[in-house]
Design a protein around this ligand. Structure first.
Ligand code: IDP
Ligand code: MG
Length: 139
């Protein structure tokens, strides 16, 4: 493996709005290499487990409902400096505050329905990759 990895999810709102393919295309054209990818419809329990770090926050219950409201595509992306580069590429959590040209600015609908996920550290990228994929699928 030549680069580092990050874990993305293309979230339910993006698929509902018909933007899933366009987002994937932009990710690939930006130089992120897809190492593993799958479409999954998370149960509320699984969504809650993925976002366990946010348990207790006011937006947690709604986030769990939203993230289990339809299919998502989870993917492991490889690139040099992938975690920071991908978060810059997708933009701030709130699409209204995301920089011009970012994925969330272009496709996000609200602070919650912000189209995509990106890992926030190398350590979490591995934890999140293991959440969706067996190690034999990407290591
Ligand atoms: P991130 O996705 O940019 O890393 P986090 O703070 O980790 O942002 O939050 C996880 C997800 O929870 C966000 O992507 C968004 O969907 C949702 N979220 C975060 N903060 C809020 C909020 O204040 N209200 C509603 N939803 C939120
Ligand atoms: Mg986060």
């Amino acid at each position: 493996m030549s680069g580092t990895i990050t874990l993305t999810m293309i979230k339910p709102d993006a698929w509902r709005e018909g933007h899933g393919g366009a987002i994937l295309d932009r990710i690939i054209k930006a130089g992120f290499i897809v190492r593993a990818m799958k479409l999954v419809h998370l149960t509320p329990g699984q969504a809650g487990q993925f976002y366990a770090v946010h348990k207790g926050k006011p937006f947690y219950e709604s986030l769990v409902k939203y993230m289990s409201s339809g299919p998502i595509v989870a993917a492991i992306l490889e690139k040099d400096n992938s975690v920071a580069d991908f978060r810059k590429f997708i933009g701030a959590t709130n699409p209204a505050q995301a920089a011009e040209g970012t994925i969330r600015r272009q496709f996000g609908k609200s602070l919650e329905s912000n189209a995509v996920h990106g890992s926030d550290s190398d350590e979490n990228a591995v934890i999140e990759s293991n959440f969706f994929f067996n190690r034999t699928e990407w290591v």
